[in-house]
Design a binder for this molecule. Sequence first.
Ligand SMILES: O=C(O)CCC(=O)c1ccccc1C(=O)O
Ligand SMILES: [Mg+2]
Length: 336
Amino acid sequence: MRFEPFSVSLSESLDTARGPIDSREGFLVRVGDGDATGLGEATPLPGWTESLDDCRDALERGDPDDATPAARHGVSLARADARARETGVRLCDELAAEGFESDHAADAVPVNATVGDGSVEQTEEAVRDAVDAGFGTVKLKVGAQDPETDQRRLRAARAVAPDAELRADANGAWTRETAEVMLDVAAELDVAYVEQPLPADDLSGHAALCGRGVDVALDETLASHGVGEVLDADAADVLVLKPMALGGPDRTLAAARRARASGVDAVVTTTIDAVVARLGALHVAAVIPDVPACGLATGSMLAADLADDPAPVASGAMRVPDGPGLAGDALDPLYF
Ligand SMILES: O=C(O)CCC(=O)c1ccccc1C(=O)O
Ligand SMILES: [Mg+2]
């Protein structure tokens, strides 16, 4: 296994209730050689994964595990890519063959637009742009400002996007009292789900919010408590699966399977990764039958990427690249 560091900047910072995300640092991971070379990416984001230092240490020692999910993701993705390339199939077909309920992966995945925190006017403009670009689903970052401003932002979004599926992601910012008020407003505006309304550790608080007329999705809680605990606590209607935070494509599909078996839906998103991990997440999403819109439309947030995007967003969806592996020969310059 070989790895090398990279850094990519966002063209505009993504403002969230946990602060802005301005750039992403990580490692490109390679395993094998020749036609059986596989490519992976380890791009840690503290809060969801280990630190950059701990990620590098785990890759250097060659022993990434569940305590270093980004490092494990890099290696697991590279190995799966190598297997797919050796077999001559798309990564998603290789992953499907390894066992979801179907052995058939989709050719395209619906994706949501991601609208960062901002003024009511900025929010309105970004939602309008997303609808004009063909997105059927729009996710708003909320929780950084006062609840009244977020309510105005949600109302403005609904007004300019009457037919869109709206979602809101509070990144754990609210108290239980604020969350109750905000979920009631979200229900009135027919918001599909509110993601991480309460801090990650508040399993019982989230369980109490379920059934208020708007679905509850959990993201950060999965990184700290794991899928089993969340499902056992009936704390979510939807799981937000980030392959980088869960330790790789294999772990992500296992989580999706467990969620579906419990009647809980699963969407796949990125931690705003570079092209390799973004494509990996796209292949994972393609394996989940009838996956709802996923948070994978994050490539356009990067000022520059490691390679041209082989799966650009068009009309609110991403086409899964032809294989073999992640993207056929489109990423050739990154393999060596
Ligand atoms: O889900 C999306 O639309 C994009 C991804 C996203 O919001 C995100 C990106 C980086 C870190 C955290 C998050 C998050 O979902 O909270
Ligand atoms: Mg989230």
